[in-house]
Write a protein that binds this ligand. Structure first.
Ligand SMILES: Nc1ncnc2c1ncn2[C@@H]1O[C@H](COP(=O)(O)OP(=O)(O)OP(=O)(O)O)[C@@H](O)[C@H]1O
Length: 351
């Protein structure tokens, strides 16, 4: 299945622009994305049975050694489960139906005006008046890809690559400057929920707000509030103002709300970065469970392990461009190699 179509789409842009979404400057036409391999929905790598990792011979009966002092018998070592267990995935890619999400030649340009710091000379010439300058950042450049139903898509990329911008566009928080995003289903996103959170309100009050923002009725939200509180495991903080929360507590609550909204499409942007190991495992299991009913999931993470564990498909983006589409393992390997040898430091001129 070929899920990328950037080369087929005209970059001239305006005709594709969704109504009411034009902001900032038009992104200039870009050459086709450098690499766009087809992205077959990769089957997950087979689980590695834990006992394969046990060192050979450790399980065998200990040989009697003449020189060993009698008495204490060394305890037989248990085979260590050193390989991170993969969760059995319940989801299946279905390409017989229209994709859950279709990103069509999308460009997003931020336009920022700022006051140039005057040099001594220019300050004298202008009598102290500052000079206004405009900076445009093409955070996403002519990006196209489809996300079939049943896909858990990992999004990899260095700082400033455009991951959050893409997620904000998918969530509908940030309209594309040009191009089009089609979403088939109800999106639940920590981003949109995060926007709805009010730090002066308690967690419980924010749960109600988040639920309402997702289109649930007050009664429906009230029904789920206890379930959400139980999942977040933040105890009495549930009834404290959210400004008193640690970032991990806020993330736990945001995650709990979003996964309890029965989303068709779940967007998770580094949601678990502040979570502790126990919560991360619980969240991973929940995401996997959700995928049995959801249509698609997007996961942005700097942790290749999380992406490998949870996703069956991946993209790698860099400086706003789609570099690669492939299995989490393929994209992870290419991205890791790039980090080792590539130029990841960024300057304003890069954009
Ligand atoms: N509100 C904004 N105004 C202007 N430029 C922005 C804005 N938000 C992001 N950018 C710029 O857009 C580019 C992409 O940023 P984005 O936050 O999407 O990257 P990212 O891949 O999520 O990075 P990170 O991994 O560091 O979170 C960066 O160059 C950033 O400076």
């Amino acid at each position: 299945m070929s899920s990328l179509s950037a080369s087929e789409v005209s970059t001239s842009g305006d005709s594709r622009r969704p109504s009411g979404t034009a902001t900032g400057a038009n992104a200039p036409a870009q050459p086709a994305d450098p690499q766009q391999p087809d992205a077959p929905a990769a089957p997950s790598a087979p689980d590695a049975p834990a006992d394969q990792t046990a060192p050979a011979g450790e399980e065998a009966a200990p040989k009697p050694k003449a020189k060993k002092p009698a008495g204490k018998k060394p305890a037989a070592k248990k085979p260590a489960a050193t390989v991170e267990p993969r969760i059995e995935r319940k989801y299946q890619v279905d390409t017989s139906v229209p994709p859950a999400v279709s990103v069509q030649d999308v460009s997003i340009t931020y336009r920022t005006t700022f006051e140039k710091v005057p040099t001594l000379k220019s300050a004298i010439v202008r009598f102290g008046r500052g000079e206004r300058a405009v900076r445009e950042v093409e955070a996403i450049q002519n990006m196209s890809f489809d996300v079939p139903v049943g896909t858990a898509l990992g999004i990899l990329g260095a700082n400033g690559a455009g991951k959050s911008t893409l997620m904000r566009a998918l969530a509908g928080v940030l309209p594309p400057t040009s191009g089009r995003i089609e979403v088939r289903g109800k999106i639940s996103s920590l981003l949109s929920l995060g926007v709805g959170f009010n730090s002066a309100l308690t967690g419980r009050e924010n749960v109600v707000l988040g639920g309402l923002a997702q289109g649930l009725t007050r009664e429906q939200v009230a029904e789920r509030a206890d379930e959400i509180a139980d999942f977040a495991e933040i105890g009495e903080f549930m009834d404290m103002p959210m400004r008193t929360y640690s970032s991990g507590m806020s993330q736990r609550l945001a995650f709990a709300v979003s996964v309890h909204m029965e989303p068709d499409i779940l967007l998770i942007d580094e949601a678990l970065s502040a979570g502790d190991a126990k919560f991360k495992n619980k969240a991973a299991a929940k995401m996997d469970e959700l995928m049995s009913s959801a249509r698609a999931m997007f996961l942005v993470s700097h942790s290749l392990g999380s992406i490998r564990q949870l996703c069956n498909d991946a993209i790698w983006i860099h400086k706003g461009k789609l570099m690669m589409r492939g299995t989490p393992e393929e994209c992870g390997a290419a991205y890791t190699k790039f980090l080792e040898v590539g130029e990841t430091a960024f300057t304003l001129e890069d954009f």
